[in-house]
Design a protein around this ligand. Structure first.
Ligand code: NI
Length: 139
């Protein structure tokens, strides 16, 4: 029987990811996974709602990838050139022999920056990508 309108659904994920998630749940003081996931979902919805806006924001896109991945470097450059009007600067760090960390500083309409971020983070070989905007303020 349903309680207080709560719905249940199943989530599948890799064991290693789940292990790290559980560590986060404990560290952040959540009493259970559901509570942590509800917070993540709320954040995601807020982040997504910004896409609808025409508002100008500044932010950064953080990318972690292995530069040996075929065509990845070319694709990263091509996409950034195509959206050069929102890219202010790109800084590339060679972390070790294989891995690179790149931060792209952006400014523009949220929907354009989100599009750029989605294109970059979904590229094959990008192992981690994070788009962060400055607190919602008019620039
Ligand atoms: Ni590098």
């Amino acid at each position: 029987m349903e309680q207080a309108g709560l719905k249940r659904f199943g989530i599948s994920m890799e064991g290693r990811l789940l292990q790290r998630f559980d560590h986060l749940v404990t560290r952040k003081g959540y009493t259970n996974r559901s509570e942590a996931i509800r917070d993540l979902v709320r954040d995601a919805i807020i982040q997504h709602s910004w896409e609808e806006e025409e508002e100008l924001v500044a932010g950064s896109i953080l990318l972690f990838y292995n530069h040996h991945q075929r065509n990845l470097m070319e694709e990263l450059t091509r996409i950034q050139h195509r959206m050069h009007d929102v890219v202010l600067a790109t800084t590339h760090f060679h972390l070790d022999h294989d891995n690179c960390l790149e931060t792209i500083i952006v400014k523009g309409k949220v929907k354009d920056i989100q599009t750029l971020s989605n294109q970059l983070t979904s590229l094959k070989g990008v192992e981690y990508g994070k788009f962060t905007v400055a607190p919602v303020e008019k620039i």
